[in-house]
Design a protein around this ligand. Structure first.
Ligand SMILES: Cc1ncc(COP(=O)(O)O)c(C=O)c1O
Length: 330
């Protein structure tokens, strides 16, 4: 079976495992884990923020970001199929008491008009706008910088904070040929995930001001994410920064080649996701019969995701196996 369900399926490479085994460690909660401290320092610098905090997952980083910047009863505005609204189990309402408002937006990109329509100044400041880059459910689409900036400015005009769910920000950065800080520094807080295309077993970073990171420590304890010898995990992330970022371009090229091979316009593929329609709801089963595992992108759509553990041969085999079977259904 060629497994194209998700880029979370990557397994740590031999080099990454060696880096983890050799990591210098200490107690993270005493701020004495040198490897975690180094990862935090490096990520703050890379993202153009004052500080960064290591967390076990991107979900926890997102939730900590919301709690640090909002008060119960405030509005969270995001595109309706962002991870934070759909896949975090109501966390924004449960952990932060937020009112979750989703808007339908082209390519997952919330506009200044959406912000103006949803964030009512009469209800007072204190809301938060969450922007996801790349945007998962639209097929790994990249936010153009000017649009990102305009939406963030509209949020600020309404007194709202801006959180960037950049779980796959490195994919966006490599695809656009721009440093991740270009988007990250526009936002008040940013989440990065290491366990997707970067190939780590787990781990995420939340970056922002020193005051924000200080507040996020409360959530790290509350949610059970305060760790001990986390340097073993942080070492994997440092290894990924050095070895697995530039190569994301290979994943993107393979995704485009896969798209072309199965009859999808490669111009639709911006990063490592290939989106394909599934009008009869049986595409996953039919692809599995042909020997390829696909994932769900959003209702009525499937995804094939390339990553560290998907080779050129796998792409050839997937093209041969899928042919027009899965996608020529519309
Ligand atoms: C856009 C986005 N944000 C956050 C997450 C959550 O990541 P984690 O599984 O590390 O909690 C995901 C996971 O798929 C994601 O796609």
């Amino acid at each position: 079976m060629i497994d194209l369900r998700s880029d979370t399926l990557t397994k740590p490479t031999a080099g990454m495992r060696a880096a983890m085994a050799a990591a210098e460690v200490g107690d993270e909660q005493y701020l004495e884990d040198p490897t975690t401290n180094e990862l935090q320092r490096r990520m703050a610098e890379l993202l153009g923020h004052e500080a960064a905090l290591f967390l076990p997952t991107a979900t926890m980083a997102n939730q900590a970001a919301l709690r640090a910047q909002t008060k119960p009863g405030a509005v969270l505005l995001a595109e309706e199929r962002t991870h934070i609204l759909v896949y975090e189990w109501g966390g924004p309402a449960i952990h932060s008491g937020l009112i979750m408002r989703g808007v339908r937006a082209q390519a997952g990109r919330v506009t200044p008009e959406h912000v103006a329509a949803v964030l009512d100044p009469d209800l007072g400041p204190g809301g938060i706008v969450v922007l996801e880059n790349t945007h998962r459910s639209s097929g790994g689409r990249v936010w153009p910088l000017d649009e990102f900036e305009a939406t963030a400015a509209a949020a600020r005009e309404r007194g709202a904070a801006v959180h960037l769910d950049g779980a796959r920000l490195f994919n966006a950065s490599v695809a656009a040929g721009r440093a991740p800080s270009n988007w990250a520094r526009i936002a008040d807080s940013v989440t990065i995930c290491f366990s997707k295309g970067l190939g780590c077993p787990t781990g995420a970073i939340l970056a922002g001001s020193s005051a924000l990171v200080e507040r996020a420590w409360e959530s790290k304890y509350l949610l059970g994410g305060a760790l001990r010898q986390s340097g073993i995990l942080a070492a994997a992330a440092l290894y990924a920064l050095d070895h697995h970022v530039d190569r994301l371009a290979d994943d993107h090229a393979r995704a485009r080649r896969l798209a072309e091979g199965i009859g999808i316009d490669p111009a639709e593929v911006e990063t490592n996701f290939v989106a394909m329609p599934d009008p009869y709801g049986d595409g996953i089963a039919r692809a599995a019969d042909a020997g390829v595992a696909l994932g769900e992108l959003r209702p009525g759509w499937l995804r094939a995701v390339t990553h560290l553990d998907v080779s050129d041969d796998d792409v050839d085999a997937a093209i041969g196996a899928l042919g027009s079977r899965v996608v020529n259904t519309v």
